[in-house]
Design a protein around this ligand. Structure first.
Ligand code: WT7
Length: 652
């Protein structure tokens, strides 16, 4: 199940060359690979000069105590100054930094000059509330400009933020506040989601009954919902921030000053507080945003649809784009409110030229139908990005064709909360793209695929994705748990960072991500990746989405069980369809990969970041009570699946 299957998936040999005009004016050319290969550290030192340093670093990398890295350690800078003030000083104060689009349709444009004032006021307010350099501030906000302003205000005074995704519960907030020992929480009365105000402050109130140490809660008024109020602790943002001076002198901090902690859940155990620091992180966030999206700050309008609660929001809404002086869109709500064309309406309204979104969203748009984006003028678009999980070739091609007018390059960007910034991705003006592949490590990044014994696999082989050299935006540790940092990432393969993803190299040496290694199935002694079977299923015209799991099986060890969402016209009752699909997978990947069972469903269980929760589907496939559903975006989905599948327990 290695080369042939990939070759089959690629049988049409689809390759897309960069558009000539983009290639001719690209920010980064093929030369960057050569330059970085000849002198990797020199290359990163050069990228660090994209930033404005109060003290220029003379050291590049200190790797004397691996895996604890220091980048640009003797340099000093202020991250917020780099994201805001310097653009104003350069004469671009009137440029719009943020076009905010609220879900109800309200909008607000914030220029760099205005952003500087707001961030300065918020920094003064935090200082007044007793926040000092080195402290932690928890941020639990909807997708409103104050989220970005809060992050930058923390950075400006050298405090680390810990953003907690607005969809998380009181429990999740409490554990994160406690683990990071946050002093102040910034939240809102609520935000708009799916056409209604959705409360946020009650979850903070609840969390704070369980943890100590939070002196003040700063509350943004967004929805005007009623809120409970704890006198002496709770303060309105518009009052406290509103009365501050817009003058704030940014102080320079060490390059290794903590910038933020962001918790990632992992499959087991308590969430890991991923620690990122300042100079190296900002260097790579800035460089990759410039290189991968080819951002031209004077003319582009950039839109990343991620939530600020994920690392994508940190690196590609706040730090990358703003350090580059971009004009960007921030949208508060869901893609189907008030109608399924909302995203495309926003692209048309603001003339978005660079769009960065997730495969789960793209597959949803496919399901909704080609006619919806077709109603809008998307001609401003020139680069499309994807992130979060492997993008199946069908979705990739649909994205390019229906959103990108069959001309925009699609950049499939692989990275993680831990890596801080993009690591593997095409470059839009350089790479001949292949649908479904993240392709190759960016200049200055060293990634490869190894087998169980840590040997690099040859082209055509598969195994584990590893990063073989330190990189500027790498996590520095797990907050408060250096040992777990070593054990989780640096112990599986000596001297290499183990990402936890399976991957393959094709005959050209390009990398194809195969999902988390925990998601690989073992069928009759063959390793089969869930991603590949899902991809094969979705390449059938009747299938909109698929999730595949390995269920315990007496004869084969694991048997492949596929949950599929059919497209509008396909009929779930049609017996021949199921056998068609099995044969289609067999023909694409080989008979061993034929699912034993295929179960049509209306929805799939996903986390709030769009990752399929295979654990729950395995419970269904193995006929067990379904486990913990608290991290599901919509916890009713599992009830729906079980109600639809009275036959799920019976044999094929
Ligand atoms: C995991 C990291 C990176 C920001 C959002 C997710 C998967 C991410 C891709 C991609 C294949 C991808 C990996 C990775 N992933 N991007 N382009 N192709 N897989 O951050 O929550 O830390 O998740 O997401 O499995 O390890 P995260």
């Amino acid at each position: 199940m290695s080369n042939e299957s990939l070759a089959n998936l690629l049988k049409e040999e689809r390759r897309f060359a960069p558009p000539a005009d983009l290639a001719a004016n690209a920010n980064v050319t093929a030369e960057a690979y050569e330059q970085a290969k000849a002198d990797r550290l020199g290359f990163w030192a050069e990228q660090a000069r994209r930033l404005t340093w109060a003290t220029e670093p003379t050291e590049i990398l200190d790797w004397s105590n691996p895996p604890f890295a220091k980048w640009f350690a003797d340099g000093k800078l202020n991250v917020a100054y780099n994201c805001v003030d310097r653009h104003v000083e350069a004469g671009n104060g009137d440029r719009v930094a943020i076009h905010f689009e609220g879900e109800p349709g309200d909008s607000r444009a914030i220029t760099y000059a205005e952003l500087k004032d707001e961030v300065s006021r918020a920094a003064n307010a935090l200082t007044e509330l007793g926040v000092q350099a080195g402290d932690r501030v928890a941020v639990y906000l909807p997708m409103i400009p104050e989220a970005v302003i809060s992050m930058l205000a923390c950075a400006r005074i050298g405090a680390a933020h810990s953003v907690v995704f607005g969809g998380f519960s009181a429990d999740a907030i409490a554990t994160r506040i406690q683990d990071a020992d946050a002093k102040v929480v910034i939240t809102a009365d609520g935000g708009y989601r799916r056409g209604k105000p959705s409360a946020l402050k009650p979850a903070v109130d609840d969390a704070l009954t369980r943890v100590d140490g939070v002196a003040k809660v700063l509350v943004v008024k967004r929805t005007e919902q009623d809120v409970a109020w704890t006198e002496g602790r709770d303060l309105w943002w518009h009052e406290v921030v509103g009365r501050q001076s817009a003058e704030h002198a940014p102080q320079a901090f060490d390059a290794e000053q903590p910038l933020f902690i962001l918790y990632t859940s992992g499959t087991t155990g308590k969430p890991k507080g991923i620690l990122h620091t300042s100079g190296g992180y900002l260097t790579q966030a800035s460089y990759t945003h410039h290189a991968v999206f080819d951002l031209k700050p004077e003319t582009d309008v950039y839109w990343c649809t991620a939530d600020i609660g994920w690392v994508t929001g940190h690196s590609y809404i706040t730090y990358g784009p703003l350090s580059n002086g971009a004009t960007q869109v921030i949208y508060e709500g869901t893609p189907d409110t008030p109608h399924q064309g909302r995203f495309w309406e926003i692209v048309q309204k603001y003339g978005v030229s660079i769009l960065y979104t997730a495969p789960t969203a793209i597959r949803t748009f496919m399901k909704w139908g080609d006619d919806i984006p077709a109603k809008f003028d998307l001609s401003s678009l020139r680069v499309l990005g994807s992130v979060g999980e492997p993008i199946n070739p069908e979705a990739w091609v649909w994205y390019r064709k229906n959103i990108g007018a069959d001309t925009c390059p699609v950049v499939d960007t692989w990275w993680q909360t831990e890596t801080g910034a993009i690591m593997i991705s095409p470059l839009p003006g350089v790479t001949e793209t292949k649908p479904g592949s993240a392709q190759r490590a960016l200049p200055g990044i060293s990634a490869t695929v190894v087998d169980d014994e840590a040997n690099e696999v040859p082209n055509g082989g598969g195994g584990y994705l590893v990063l073989t050299e330190p990189w500027p935006s790498m996590l520095r540790t797990i907050w408060g748990d250096d040992q777990r940092f070593i054990d989780t990432y640096w112990s599986r393969f000596e001297g290499k960072y183990f990402a936890g993803d399976g991957a393959k190299k094709d005959e050209d040496g390009d990398i194809w991500l195969l999902g988390r290694v925990d998601d690989v199935m073992l069928v009759s002694g063959h390793n089969i990746s869930t991603t590949e079977v899902e991809s094969a299923l979705v390449s059938h015209p009747a299938v909109a989405e698929a999730a595949v799991v390995g269920a315990a099986d007496e004869t084969t060890g694991q048997a492949i069980v596929a949950f599929v969402i059919l497209r509008g016209s396909a009929n779930a009752e049609d017996e021949s369809l199921v056998s068609d699909l099995r044969n289609h997978v067999g023909a694409t990947l080989g008979p061993i990969a034929k699912p034993k069972r295929i179960l049509p469903v209306a929805e799939l269980p996903k986390t709030r970041s769009g990752k399929i929760m295979r654990r729950l589907l395995r419970d269904v496939a193995e006929n067990r009570a379904v486990g913990d559903v608290t991290t599901l975006a919509d916890s009713s989905v599992m009830d729906l699946i079980q109600a639809e599948l009275p036959a799920a327990s019976s044999e094929d």
